[in-house]
Ligand binder design. Structure first.
Ligand SMILES: Nc1ncnc2c1ncn2[C@@H]1O[C@H](COP(=O)(O)OP(=O)(O)OP(=O)(O)O)[C@@H](O)[C@H]1O
Ligand SMILES: [Mg+2]
Length: 247
């Protein structure tokens, strides 16, 4: 059984059909990729899978349990985490504070202020462990706004991982990153895959083909191809978009 499955998902906004009969399946321990041109419905698909939008039709299953239509917080508590296409860090807070604020234990203990959290050694350890996972050890006290774009992306992934998810959805993690930072991100994802199941939306095909075990191509709200990078590289759509005709 796949860890996460979407069956026959339909989503429309008014008369505009954005997702039509989308079937996706993500295996535990794998990195799955989603690619497709601008406006294809990729982000909407993530919004539906992680609860921001309820599907109009179809089923969403986490380990066989139906989660479709549950509120996003419930879905998050069941072990589904995501990052956003647009960064959403607390710029004025430090690296460590950004993680602390995202820890379920911080929220559960209802620490009124971060000062109380700093007296909580177990909580600080937990936050440091997350920072270690995303390669930001030693950067705890830097304001997040002063980080490079690549480090901010890593911190953002750390914020998503603070909830100790089973599955992590990343929406265009390379956007805005240069070659070096993109390479670092690929390395980070290669490390994280040892602990987490990861699903990545990406425009950067070279990046996606490097990190993903399987890739689904979404076009006009439908999955038009799915398979391993090797199998997909012979797909006509993929070849044409690699030439820059469609993406
Ligand atoms: N809340 C909404 N109301 C109406 N239309 C929407 C809404 N959200 C998305 N759409 C439309 O749905 C289509 C798919 O958008 P979506 O953001 O999912 O595409 P995408 O594949 O993520 O594109 P990109 O690669 O540019 O991020 C677009 O035509 C968009 O305008
Ligand atoms: Mg998008």
């Amino acid at each position: 059984m796949a860890l996460f499955e979407a069956r026959s998902i339909h989503k429309r906004f008014g008369a505009r059909v954005v997702l039509e009969n989308v079937n996706l399946s993500f295996e535990a321990g794998q990195v799955s990729g989603i690619m497709g041109p601008n406006g294809a419905g990729k982000t909407t698909c993530f919004h539906v899978l992680t609860g921001r939008y309820a599907p109009d039709r179809g089923e969403i299953l986490l380990e066989g349990q139906s989660i479709g239509g549950l509120p996003p917080q419930r879905i998050a508590r069941l072990g589904v985490a995501r990052s956003f296409q647009v960064m959403n860090l607390f710029d004025d807070s430090t690296v460590l504070e950004n993680i602390l604020l995202a820890l379920p234990d911080f929220r559960a203990r209802r620490h009124k202020a971060l000062t109380a959290a700093f007296a909580d050694a177990a909580l600080i350890d937990e936050a440091r462990e997350v920072l270690d996972q995303v390669g930001l050890t030693g950067r705890e006290w830097e304001p997040s706004v002063s980080l490079s774009y690549g480090d901010r992306r890593a911190l953002e992934i750390g914020v998503a991982l603070a909830a100790r998810p089973r599955i992590l959805f990343l929406d265009e993690p390379t956007s805005g990153l240069g070659t070096e930072a993109t390479l670092n991100l690929a390395r980070l994802i290669a490390r994280l895959r040892q602990r987490y199941t990861i699903v990545v939306i990406e425009h950067d095909m070279r990046f996606l083909f490097r990190i993903a075990d399987r890739i689904a191509v979404i076009h006009w709200g439908q999955v038009i191809a799915e398979g391993t990078p090797a199998a997909l590289s012979t797909n006509k759509w993929v070849q044409r978009s690699a030439l820059g005709e469609l993406v």
